[in-house]
Design a protein around this ligand. Sequence first.
Ligand code: PLP
Length: 400
Amino acid sequence: MTMTSSRLAIHGGEPVRTTPIGQWPEFGREEEELLLAALRSGKWGSLDGTYVDEFERAFAEFQAAKFAVTTVNATMGLAVAYKAIGLGPGDEVVVPAYTFIATASAALMIGAIPVFADVDPETLLISPESMDAAITPRTKALVPVHHGGSPVDMDAVMAVARRRGLRVVEDAAQAHGAAWRGRPVGAIGDVGVFSHQSSKMLTAGEGGTMVTNDPEIDELLWSYRNVGRRRGGEWYEHVRLGWNLRMTEFQAAVLLAQLQRFPEQQARRTAAAGYLTERLREIPGVVPLEVPSGVTAHSWYTYHWRWLGARQGGLDKFAFADALRAEGVPVLHGYVPINRNEAVRAEIKRLGGAEPAACPAAEKADAEEILAFSSPILMAAETDLDDVLRAVEKVARYRP
Ligand SMILES: Cc1ncc(COP(=O)(O)O)c(C=O)c1O
């Protein structure tokens, strides 16, 4: 904790909140029954059991995709998706600077080079203009990230992809149940990847699912995550190099139960986000992120907002976050832009890629403005959200 926040704790009186806010994950009898059934079946792997197949069918339908292929996590899902669209050593992919490192590291894992596009400061989503400007003759694919669960403008992305002859991989790790102009994300582009890691809204602790409408990509996704086998082939027939990246039956059993809960949870998160936006707007210096008008369903994985009050003599964003935590409200700083990550930059250099360009909007978001609430707060009751709002208001009023 910084000096500023400990001063605030003294001058600010009692913390607004002394008990945890919200709970994640939520589970009950359905998860217990399905997990036990998977256990008692004695078929714990997807090669023998039925839960993975069943979840893949259910999730494909849920995201309005023709095919879904599960895997161990979204990081490996992205690497497999990149391979399935034909990405290889030296090929470039355009990714936003403001994202989780896996969007880029999965490309680097297969020798492909991420090129960073900046984000729109009002939405934190990849800017179509910056994406277009990042394309070079070596570019093979665009990777929109549906950050926080908000779909990127997929009309704009697909228009650029068509015009420039590029593939599209949607990083939908955070965007289960999200839709752009009524179309669920994931299979709007060539292939999309979802995460089931423990913070995600459709979780089994770990896991990932890739979706596509293209039967050839589906076959490749299946093959890469099954040690390069082919469907219907022999056990030791490896037609390409792949890996064992299969999800277990236990994960799929939990995911099937979680999928049943999802629509009601998404509706609760949407209501919570609406309430936060309405009330946060009333606090001077606090500006909730814009949601693009084409977003017809938002996952609300995280809720980001801009703190602009430092310019009017308020705390800087890091001291603001410390002070909020001292009030009992968990808050995140958001991402450190990955174009600035030393490990990413070193690997790009080693592979012969160009030095990553500056991305001023992403860097400003990190250095000065962005704070975020995560899923437990979005799952909380309105009275808990009132505590969150009271704490934000208290800290926003404070002048060091
Ligand atoms: C945008 C984004 N992409 C990829 C991933 C990687 O997902 P996983 O943790 O399942 O590997 C994450 C996980 O947080 C993410 O947020």
